[in-house]
Design a protein around this ligand. Sequence first.
Ligand SMILES: C[C@](O)(CO)[C@H](O)COP(=O)(O)OP(=O)(O)OC[C@H]1O[C@@H](n2ccc(N)nc2=O)[C@H](O)[C@@H]1O
Ligand SMILES: Nc1ncnc2c1ncn2[C@@H]1O[C@H](COP(=O)(O)OP(=O)(O)OP(=O)(O)O)[C@@H](O)[C@H]1O
Length: 293
Amino acid sequence: MTRTLNNCPAPAKLNLFLHVTGRRPDGYHLLQTVFQLVDFNDLLHFELRDDDQIRRSTEIPGVPEESDLIVRAARLLQGALRQKNSALAGTPLGANIAIEKNLPMGGGLGGGSSDAATTLMALNHLWQGGLSRQELMDLGLQLGADVPFFLFGRNAFAEGIGESLQKLDTPGLWFVIIQPGVTIPTEIIFSSSELTRSTKPVKMTDFSIGTKKLFGKNDLEAVAVSKFPEVAEAIKWLGNYGEARMTGSGACVFCAFTEEHDADKVLKLVPSQWKAWKAKAMQEHPLAGLLES
Ligand SMILES: C[C@](O)(CO)[C@H](O)COP(=O)(O)OP(=O)(O)OC[C@H]1O[C@@H](n2ccc(N)nc2=O)[C@H](O)[C@@H]1O
Ligand SMILES: Nc1ncnc2c1ncn2[C@@H]1O[C@H](COP(=O)(O)OP(=O)(O)OP(=O)(O)O)[C@@H](O)[C@H]1O
């Protein structure tokens, strides 16, 4: 029996566009977005324990163990398996989990959500839980609106609050991503009275590979720009080299390039007060093979 699963990537996502089309009675917003996986990631390491404890062996500054999405994902899966899979009665379902955190927090790159999805995939495998992709996606949605996408494992057109997903092929682009030096809590943007909540819904057939529409507007950007001048400044700077926009609820902004050397050139020019990275579009989650289709 496998006891460890090391070097499990938790990749970032970019929202190539993001429209807010309405609001549910519970306050959550209805969205339409294209999720793009990129090869910029956190790295998680898992080791089985001979008891039922979930232990985090690395600290994430500012994130106490109880609210860490990695620990919460592991506990959620443990509870679901105890309820569903009687074959596991008497088997310890514990793990030590270590993380190398590379993705900026509150960056709109979905880092915490991706960590949670990687945890669900890795522990379902190590604990031999046997949950299907759909079952893990249903569990993941309890942790956050972005989690199901990472479990879906492919680039996608998303609707609902982000959980209704259709596979979408996207171009093999290179991205320059800038962190403008602020952290933006998602709920500040969604709760703003300035937010436009009535963008007309589009159909998935309205856009296809390579069309401009794949890179439409992000409705959350105007709110973020008005509250955080740092975001406006980064969009303005990156906009000198292509179409720059914000991902998710910010703060990171990105620009797409067809050629890697163009991304390299721009990356070298990024002012030193900002952190910046180059990332390549991925078509599939690197752990997709752990789950059946
Ligand atoms: C902005 C996106 O990153 C786009 O991909 C996501 O919609 C946010 O996903 P997330 O970080 O997983 O969000 P959650 O942890 O579920 O929600 C954080 C907060 O954002 C608001 N929220 C989030 C998603 C959504 N569709 N509508 C919302 O209004 C809610 O106030 C919620 O309390
Ligand atoms: N493992 C984790 N990694 C990062 N953040 C975590 C984690 N667990 C809990 N959090 C909390 O979640 C918040 C959002 O973190 P995350 O990195 O997912 O933001 P984000 O990139 O803006 O996400 P999104 O695009 O989904 O809005 C953090 O500020 C932190 O308080």
